[in-house]
Write a protein that binds this ligand. Structure first.
Ligand SMILES: Nc1ncnc2c1ncn2[C@@H]1O[C@H](COP(=O)(O)OP(=O)(O)OP(=O)(O)O)[C@@H](O)[C@H]1O
Ligand SMILES: [Mg+2]
Length: 270
């Protein structure tokens, strides 16, 4: 579990990016941070792996203050996916994915084997291994970004708008695959987006931020759609809230029907 307790980030120029944030991110689930541009999503994410240091308050992982963990050790347990994939242009795909294993001193053969395994996992054709990032489509690059973050099998993944650079159809495909992968891997994921539909589709819980870095509401997608905390959240959810809600429950029903067909016994646990 990742806990934010009274966390404020004030940048040196006085900008308050995050304002007294209290948030509990459950282990093994996808927690989405959503909100308009500049509301402090990236800053919040980066305080987890100490790429940004909190000005006040504490960020803790399983009860341990991240300030007491040295950054290299901390980051070994945290995969980070940035917007536009952020791949190294002069390294091949297989070596991009193996970045962290190389840093950890794995031998080349083992690192590359892991890289190939992950390419398969995220739906990349093994033939692409020797290409350079510029020779891939946007969607393929984003898959490489996800594979790279998974390479050392970290328990935590921070994902900053990982699917935002692709068109809506590719994006929907990536979201589906990501949900399937997460079903297997059960990572603790903090996922940033400014797209409320993506938040509702992927999030186990959703934190809606407001400009000024204030948390407007933290709730499950069902609760959020049924009962927005205030006018800001209601506006952010948009006029189609009723339709989104309907779609959410339709997807949930479809998912349950699939699970039931696959494993009737498990349904009794719900
Ligand atoms: N290094 C910095 N120095 C000063 N201000 C910063 C710095 N980084 C971010 N900010 C400011 O902090 C606020 C929050 O920025 P942040 O990047 O966390 O927002 P965001 O929610 O991720 O936005 P977006 O959706 O546009 O990516 C913004 O007002 C931004 O201008
Ligand atoms: Mg951002």
């Amino acid at each position: 579990m990742i806990t934010f307790a009274g966390v404020t980030k004030r940048y040196p120029d006085g900008t308050v990016a995050v304002d007294h944030l209290d948030l509990e991110v459950p282990a093994g689930r996808i927690t989405v941070l959503v909100g308009p541009s500049g509301c402090g999503k990236t800053t919040s994410l980066r305080m987890v792996n100490r790429m940004v240091e909190a000005t006040e308050g504490t960020v803790a992982i399983d009860g341990k203050n991240v300030r007491d963990i040295d950054p290299p050790t901390l980051r070994r347990g945290i995969g980070y996916v940035i917007q536009q994939a952020g791949l190294f242009p002069h390294r091949t795909i297989v070596d991009n994915i193996a970045t962290v294993p190389y840093l950890l001193g794995w031998d080349k053969k083992k690192a590359r084997a892991r890289s190939h395994e992950l390419m398969e996992r995220v739906g990349l054709d093994p033939k692409l291994a020797g290409r350079y990032p510029a020779q891939l489509s946007g969607g393929q690059q984003q898959r490489v970004g996800v594979a790279r973050a998974l390479a050392a099998d970290p328990p935590i993944m921070l994902m900053d708008e990982p699917f935002s650079a692709v068109d809506p159809i590719v994006r929907a495909g990536l979201q589906e695959e990501f949900l399937r992968l997460q079903d297997e891997l059960e990572k603790t994921i903090v996922f940033v987006t400014h797209d409320i539909d993506e938040a509702v589709k992927l999030g186990h819980r959703i934190a809606v931020f407001q400009v000024g870095g204030r948390l407007a509401q933290y709730a499950t997608p069902e609760e959020l759609l049924a009962d927005p905390a205030d006018d800001f959240v209601r506006d952010f959810l948009g006029g189609e809230r009723g339709i989104k809600r309907l779609r959410f429950f339709q997807e949930l029903d479809a998912e349950q029907a699939r699970d039931e067909a696959a494993d009737p016994a498990a349904v009794a646990d719900r």
